[in-house]
Design a binder for this molecule. Structure first.
Ligand code: NA7
Length: 545
């Protein structure tokens, strides 16, 4: 039955970030609950249940660091964790830390309004529940709202059609004629996994992407013991690095090497596996120097040519753009196209024009007949996660999402928004581009520091003190994100990183590409300077009393 709940804090989202926020706030003695629209915890890992869904961070760093015993004992049999394994792990963390009774699932936040008189967030939910809380923490994911292209006739398809982020894992591919639209991480994983089981597979490729071998394999007992013995150091190094993926990030410049050494080092990286390591773990100039980037592209195109036998398929599968998207890795993606029943369908010059009852129609009139269509078409990234919530601050009635649309995603340190007191955005727009679990721990720890400071100031002065970024600090942060992005080749391609994947929407800088180590350094500095960039809580609140 719908209820009114009065709490210190509400956490929205029960993925990696929300679960940790709930745990930390409870352990600090706060009266707090977490809600999630899904019927189970897991966030991204609950929704993305498509075949082959897997993390591409090494297993020992795709987890929390806060529970040392769990870190050392929880199994991670292979170098990458699959979607069911991540979900199982998160469920285990929730049970182990007795968090379930503080969770309310199948509950979606639909609106949240800051009441400037009562100094409370008034949060309305799909269930009719209302939460009145001092602090609102949103861990709603970076990639939450699916991007479903506006294909005419999409409702007329006679077979099964679904987006990867709302996939029903019971859907069968066996002996089916399958179409996959999109070849980002999701599409590449689906293709690689289902190709051996299908009757036929048509992969619709608008802009091909580079993918390298993942290098996935079993973790040996010795390797596990070695990681356990060095865990403290491994985490310290990851937190200080940019990608926080556990590989070193050398300062070496690709173009300083002789052509022979270059080739050898690229070959070593290819053999070692992992897309992120290939992009960031070999050389420092791949993302900033176009000559170096093109050299890497040349190497990768040669690899694709060496794998894909059919010249027409090879042409469709070979990227022409810079190596500048979120890097991919796979367990035999290009090899699957050597199967006679797997087709690479060129969809840039000859785009998809409609979905028809029998399948997919292309601009030239060809209809590919299908039983199952997988929309691996991506997301309304970062700001998109806030599109369906009427979240209004001190100056209402424009919602946070609409403000971001109008003025850019200006969010101090990726966390606090001027005019939205006591809202703590976790892993939201302009947070660092990095490995998510350590980012979640970093952001939650900083948010909880802010809350503890506001609580202690409130206790001292006898009225509620607020957490709120100054407009100047938010602007400075947005400018820094912009400047760092401008120097990066990430800007060159139409990907979700800068929201250049959505037809009709302007591009937006919504990530801090300086990485985790720098973000942590900046946060430590802000804290050392008495939370510089946040409004002075006492004076601000007095003015409102
Ligand atoms: P991505 O990486 O955004 O990939 C989406 C793919 O869908 C990409 O290949 C797009 O082609 C393609 N797409 C989108 N619309 C169309 C239409 N209308 N026709 C043909 N192809 C289309 O999403 P993912 O889910 O794979 O991965 C997102 C992140 O999740 C990933 O980076 C990891 O961080 C985890 P385009 O390139 O736009 O031509």
């Amino acid at each position: 039955m719908a209820q009114e709940h009065r709490l210190d804090a509400l956490v929205v989202g029960a993925g990696f970030t929300g679960i940790y926020a709930l745990h930390v706030l409870l352990s600090q003695g706060f009266n707090v609950k977490a809600i999630d629209k899904a019927p189970e915890v897991g966030g991204t890992w609950w929704w993305n249940r498509y075949p082959g869904a897997m993390s591409d961070t090494w297993s020992h760093l795709y987890r929390y660091s806060f529970d040392k015993e769990l870190l050392e004992t929880y199994p991670w049999p292979r170098w990458y964790v699959t979607q069911p394994e991540v979900l199982e792990y998160l469920r285990h963390v929730v049970d182990r830390h007795n968090l379930r009774k503080h969770l309310q699932l199948a509950t979606e936040m639909t609106a949240a309004r800051w009441d400037d008189q009562a100094k409370l967030w008034h949060v309305s939910c799909s269930t009719g529940d209302v939460f009145l809380v001092r602090y609102l923490l949103t861990g709603m994911g970076l990639l939450n709202k699916p991007l479903i292209p506006d294909f005419p006739g999409i409702d007329t398809f006679r077979g099964t059609i679904a987006h990867t982020s709302s996939w029903d894992p019971t859907i069968s591919f066996d002996d089916k004629r399958v179409g996959v639209i999109g070849v980002g991480s999701s599409g590449v994983q689906v293709v690689t996994t289902v190709a051996p089981r299908v009757k036929s597979l048509h992969v619709f490729i608008r802009r091909a992407q580079y993918s390298i071998p993942s290098g996935n394999r079993r973790v040996g007992d010795d390797e596990r013991r070695a990681v356990n013995a060095r865990y403290r150091q491994i985490w310290a190094e990851a937190r200080a690095s940019s990608a926080a993926m556990g590989f070193p990030e050398p300062n070496r410049q690709l173009m300083d090497l002789s052509p022979t050494d270059r080739e050898q080092l690229l070959e070593d990286l290819w053999q070692g596996g992992n897309g992120l390591r290939f992009m960031m773990g070999g050389f420092a100039d791949v993302l900033v120097d176009r000559t170096a980037n093109e050299e890497v592209c040349r190497f990768l195109r040669k690899k694709i040519a060496g794998i894909v036998q059919d010249p027409a398929k090879r042409a469709t599968l070979t990227p022409t753009e810079s190596y500048a998207r979120r890097p991919l890795c796979d367990d035999g993606y290009y090899e699957r196209f050597n199967q006679d029943n797997v087709f690479a369908v060129e969809a840039l010059k000859n785009p998809i024009t409609a979905i028809v009852p029998e399948g997919i129609r292309m601009a030239d009139g060809t209809v590919h007949e299908l039983d199952v269509i997988v929309l691996a078409t991506g997301f309304h990234s970062l700001t998109g996660s806030y599109a369906s919530v009427a979240l209004t601050g001190r100056h209402g009635p424009t919602s946070l999402h609409d403000l971001w649309e109008d003025h850019g995603a200006s969010t101090y340190l990726g966390m606090s928004v001027a005019g939205f007191p006591n809202l703590l955005v976790l892993n939201g727009p302009t947070t660092a581009f990095t490995n998510i679990p350590p980012l979640a721990e970093t952001n939650v720890d900083f948010a909880v520091d802010l809350i503890k400071r506001a609580e202690s100031l409130s206790a001292q002065c006898g009225y509620p003190c607020e957490i709120e970024a100054t407009a100047e600090a938010a602007k400075k942060w947005a400018d820094l994100c912009e400047t760092m992005a401008e120097g990066s080749i990430f800007h060159d391609v139409p990907s979700w990183l800068f929201r250049r994947n959505i037809p009709g929407k302007r591009s937006m800088t919504q990530l801090y590409v300086g990485g985790l180590g720098r973000l942590r350094g900046i946060m430590a500095d802000v804290k050392r300077k008495g939370f510089e960039g946040f409004k002075e809580p006492v004076g601000q609140t007095k003015a409102h009393l």
